[in-house]
Design a protein around this ligand. Structure first.
Ligand SMILES: Nc1ncnc2c1ncn2[C@@H]1O[C@H](COP(=O)(O)OP(=O)(O)OP(=O)(O)O)[C@@H](O)[C@H]1O
Length: 379
């Protein structure tokens, strides 16, 4: 049983503000992700929770008790870094057993044996227990490092990009294993990453941090489908979401949306949204998978552009079209047979668009926030 609360944390290094008034709560057994670009303040926040750094202002609570003045070694949190530094002369078993043999956590032999084997099984390294680290692959070594942190059964895991430097295939596999592990161990975890796929696939909830401040906290679905602002929308998704200026116009009582100087008719659902929020000048975000192409003009909503670039990525490809002076990215099948500078029509799926105001804030999320209601995913 462990919940964490971080309240109004501010931390500066000389004149650099690393964290500014950061607050959130992590529930018992939750897998909570701190996501953000390099230098956002993620590691600083973990270090504050671990007690390694003191904040300038703010408080940290563990199980509703303020732990501001509790020493790091007395906090019962385990930090897991990317670099696990295993003892090279010890076997996997002895590496994993080492925390339970230390004077601080000393356990009887039977308990050590039971715990090492239990964790090794969860991490699927039980068949490697007699090997030395030099006889393991990188991925196996990382699992041993993880296992060494897990045997202690701390109340909270703090993981700082533990799999970032593995190759793509192994990272993919480790993501699945971490998720599995989380379901088998009942420990609260705060996990730092700058990989959006890792955040979406592992997190129960994600806190998006940028320049020391929280941009949004939500479930993966909320973050992806109802990003609070353009920063969050752009950070999740590859290729990046397309965002354009647009205007809502009314012609003879019929609402239309103008994008790239084209007046596009809209569905009833979008019209309701426009009326409800009285939208006029907006920025609209459309994910690359929600832009379709065609070689013929199917209807009035088709916009003509020319092929600017085509990048195959296995079965899928990123097609970039130029329309006037604007560029738009599409996610297409890599075998569509298309040539540079070819004229192609595109169709924007406005119904699945995300509407931002001129300051880049999601109009709907902002209105809901102001109404003080809980954000829920609707799709
Ligand atoms: N010990 C320190 N002394 C001075 N400045 C620091 C220190 N630690 C962090 N900073 C600064 O605080 C800011 C936040 O750094 P932090 O390492 O927390 O970011 P991060 O989100 O973990 O980034 P990354 O993903 O690159 O690790 C950065 O501007 C960094 O340069």
């Amino acid at each position: 049983m462990a919940d964490i609360k971080v309240e109004n944390i501010t931390k500066t290094f000389k004149k650099d503000v690393a964290l500014k008034d950061v607050s959130f709560e992590v529930k018992d057994k939750e897998f909570f992700i701190l996501f953000g670009p390099a230098g956002a303040g993620k590691t600083t926040l973990l270090n504050i929770i671990a007690g390694i750094y003191l904040p300038d202002y703010g408080h940290v609570y563990l199980n509703k008790k303020c732990i501001d003045h509790v020493e790091p070694e007395d906090r019962n949190v385990a930090m897991v870094f990317e670099d696990y530094a295993l003892y090279p002369h010890l076997t996997v078993y002895d590496n994993m057993a080492s925390p339970l043999r230390s004077p601080r956590y000393k356990q009887p032999k039977e308990v050590i044996d039971r715990e090492v084997k239990r964790i090794a099984k969860i991490l699927r390294i039980d068949w490697l227990l007699e090997r030395n680290p030099s006889e393991l692959s990188n991925g196996q070594r990382q699992r041993v490092g993880l296992g060494r942190a897990l045997v202690r059964t701390p109340e909270v895991f703090l993981m700082d990009e533990p799999i970032t430097h593995l190759d793509a295939k192994l990272r993919h596999q480790m993501r699945a294993e971490l998720k599995d592990m989380q379901q088998n161990l009942d420990t609260t975890t705060i996990y730092v990453t700058h990989d959006y796929l890792e955040a979406l696939s592992l997190g129960d909830r994600i806190a998006v941090i940028n320049k020391g401040q929280i941009e949004q906290i939500g479930t993966p679905k909320e973050i992806y489908y109802t990003p609070a602002n353009e920063f969050v929308a752009s950070a999740f998704g590859e290729p990046e979401i397309n965002i354009f200026d647009s205007k809502i116009i009314k012609e003879n009582g019929v609402s239309k949306i103008t994008i790239f100087d084209h007046d596009l008719s809209i569905s009833k659902k979008t019209k309701q949204l426009i009326d409800q929020y009285k939208l006029t000048d907006i920025r609209i975000g459309i994910r690359p998978k929600n832009v379709k192409y065609s070689f013929v003009k199917k209807d009035e909503n088709c916009i003509l552009g020319v092929v600017y670039s085509f990048e195959p990525l296995g079965a899928k490809a990123i097609l970039t079209m130029k329309i006037g002076n604007e560029f738009i990215r599409l996610l297409v099948s890599s075998d569509i047979g298309i040539e540079l500078n070819q004229e192609v029509f595109i169709q924007l799926d406005i119904e699945n668009g995300i509407f931002f105001d001129r300051n880049g804030e999601n109009i709907i999320v902002k209105q809901r926030d102001h109404a003080g209601r809980e954000l829920v995913w609707e799709n």
